[in-house]
Design a protein around this ligand. Sequence first.
Ligand SMILES: NC(=O)C1=CN([C@@H]2O[C@H](COP(=O)(O)OP(=O)(O)OC[C@H]3O[C@@H](n4cnc5c(N)ncnc54)[C@H](OP(=O)(O)O)[C@@H]3O)[C@@H](O)[C@H]2O)C=CC1
Ligand SMILES: O=C1OC[C@@H](O)[C@H](O)[C@H]1O
Length: 353
Amino acid sequence: MSGELPTLRWGIVGTGLISSWFVHDLALDREDAKARHIIQAIGSSSVDKGKAFVEKHLPGQSPTIYGSYEGIYADANVDIVYIGTPHAFHKQNCLDAINAGKHVLCEKSFALNAKEAQTVFDAAKAKGVFVMEAMWTRFFPLTRTIQSLLHKEKAIGSIHRIFCDFAMDQNIASLGPESRLKNPALGAGTLLDTGVYCVTWGLLGSDAEIGEKAQKPEIIAKQTLVDGVDIATSAVLLYPNGRQAILTSSSIVKTKSVFCTIQGTEGYIDIEGYTSTPVSFTVYSSKVGSSKKYESKGPGMGFYWEADAVALDIAAGKTQSEIMPWAETIRVLGILDEIRRQGGARFPQDETA
Ligand SMILES: NC(=O)C1=CN([C@@H]2O[C@H](COP(=O)(O)OP(=O)(O)OC[C@H]3O[C@@H](n4cnc5c(N)ncnc54)[C@H](OP(=O)(O)O)[C@@H]3O)[C@@H](O)[C@H]2O)C=CC1
Ligand SMILES: O=C1OC[C@@H](O)[C@H](O)[C@H]1O
């Protein structure tokens, strides 16, 4: 890696599953890296947990380990805070980091609802720091290629329908009430956990624009609730031109390997892999009667694409990403809010946000 690349020193808040995936990817050697990433510090509920995380996921590295999140916010050697806690804590973790003058990359779903997200972005604007929702799927080169084929090259003609599913058997019944997948006060349910990716594919497949410039679809939704938590959600985004995005999530069954199909007047695209992590897609053109497969390149899972983009944005003095701007996070959360309003899933914090 070249010494001229922008460098970001990351402080990691929370040492659960996603933080382990994120730091693993950032530590990979990549020939085409656009930035240098240093895991500077780890913030956890206990120093022992932080140490165990470093031994397992950052062997050979020695970040500063704090038995609190405050240590990260106060560390002058940390440039940006990565938030990998359950949804219900994102708002406060973001506010604490922003108040300390740190840039922030916060996991999806960015907050419990659009109102919480607006509070965070207002604080970021006042402080002049960079903040982004870690919707990493949007930064995959494959995703960018699909958007270009759909909206610039019109490879499948006029887009008519999008089907997207994210289902995993999460054995919810076996989990304790403290689990982020089971406890409504932690933001549990498929919609914020996995359905948010389907909404993402529905939006980016339907429209070249994002945020305030994007079209506003009508939303029709149903949810299956167990103890107030959605174990399945189905939603339709109905566009003024009749285009439909049919979006489903479940924690009971498993998505098939083609997780998304986009149908147009002159062909269709099948996208394969995981709904968060596309690994290939195939374009079938009914116009020329042929198909073309595109495959992903790169080691690890692909978190470095969003991390590199963040580093370049911060180096350029930006406070928002053009790929995942604040208005797009607000739009997505507004759609999730409406799906929950129709479907019935509520979080206790909805009343007080
Ligand atoms: N981009 C992606 O592919 C993925 C994103 N995610 C997102 O990442 C976030 C975290 O999910 P995940 O890593 O699966 O969650 P985990 O439960 O595995 O980890 C969450 C961590 O947050 C901290 N935490 C603080 N308070 C609590 C609490 N009351 N209950 C549980 N944990 C707490 C803990 O870290 P500590 O004790 O060290 O403070 C814990 O290890 C969510 O927003 C989720 O949607 C999740 C998986 C994949
Ligand atoms: O974001 C996610 O994508 C991958 C899943 O394993 C995880 O539960 C979800 O939070």
